[in-house]
Write a protein that binds this ligand. Sequence first.
Ligand code: GLU
Length: 300
Amino acid sequence: MQKILEEVVEENRPLAKRGRVASYIPALAKADPNHLGICIVDVNGDIYKIGDADVKFTIQSISKVISLMLALIDNGEKVFEKVGREGTEDPFNTLYKLDFPHIEKPVNPMINAGAIATTAQIKGDKFGRILELIRRITGNADIDYSREVYLSEKATGEKNRAIAHLMKARGIIEEDPEEILDHYFKQCSIEVTACDLAKIAVFIANGCSGLESYGKIDRKTLSRNLLAIMTIGGMYNVSGQYAAQVGVPSKSGVGGGIMAAVPGRMGIGVFSPPLDENGNSIAGCAIMKSLSDRLDLSIF
Ligand code: GLU
């Protein structure tokens, strides 16, 4: 495995040069484009890693999987009364369809609108519980959020603000939009490593076994929903293409991370900050394709 990781990094490292680190959130523009790391954790708990697998970066959109997990634990499949689970060709921060009278909810929990509507359904201290769940699944009690990135997101989050207020006006969310956004900006600013992502991914890949309580949902239904929704929407508006080429339920974030869950086999965390035009890590996607080809990971 270590040899495969070495080869995959060598082959795909040059691709990072073709991408650009996210800059629409000013604090993200400080990311080092040369960072590149991979971590694989298999269902037996064996860990393989290479490069910058222990370097911290912000989880960003990958947190949407965790907020969906908690919303499902709290509400069961009632969650889908307020957010759909269908694919979309619209970008992650799309807004316009929410103003169409016949559209009743955001299309899925992986676009920003859907994620904000999902976080709104978490009971109690939404952000506190998301952070706690990530710490529990990874076994890493030191995980925290970046105050700098959080403040930067909050200061520049006008589009997300517009989305949340429009959803309040449409009755999709009931609470104060600013309060929900505060939880959302914080959840996106949680700092993780590729190895933390691999641990969350293997938990999902292994049928979410090991949580003390599943609340309103059984663990099989929980993991099936997460894997299905990552497949149809986890890689933004190119999720279908990624499914055909890589075939592993995955979620990416504009911090440069990809979290990939290979059902029954392993979790993979990849980190490389330069992004393509869709917001996916450019070397990260190519690394996932190489790993899928070599290790025969596609579920299709
Ligand atoms: N915090 C980012 C935003 O809401 C997350 C986007 C992403 O990773 O796709 O714009």
